[in-house]
Design a protein. Structure first.
Length: 80
């Protein structure tokens, strides 16, 4: 889990260090999402699945990946 966070944080630091270059799209009324949010979420999911492939995942952008209902990662990488 720590490795997943470290890997994701490198992207966050790089992208938010250049805030004027952030690519933003509208997900819904008053609900914006950056490409960085999507990229970081994917990194976290990939890394967490490597560590615990049987755990379920609930993420803001991708939704739910169902596996073991007893254990679930909940991911909202930037504002959660």
């Amino acid at each position: 889990m720590v490795n997943a966070c470290r890997k994701a944080s490198k992207n966050l630091i790089r992208d938010f260090g250049e805030v004027e270059k952030l690519q933003v799209s509208i997900k819904g009324p008053g609900d914006f999402v950056t490409m960085t949010d999507k990229k970081v979420e994917k990194i976290l999911i990939d890394e967490l699945q490597k560590a615990r492939s049987n755990y379920s995942i609930l993420s803001e952008e991708i939704g739910e990946i169902k596996n073991d209902e007893e254990f679930k990662w909940i991911i909202d990488p930037i504002d959660g």
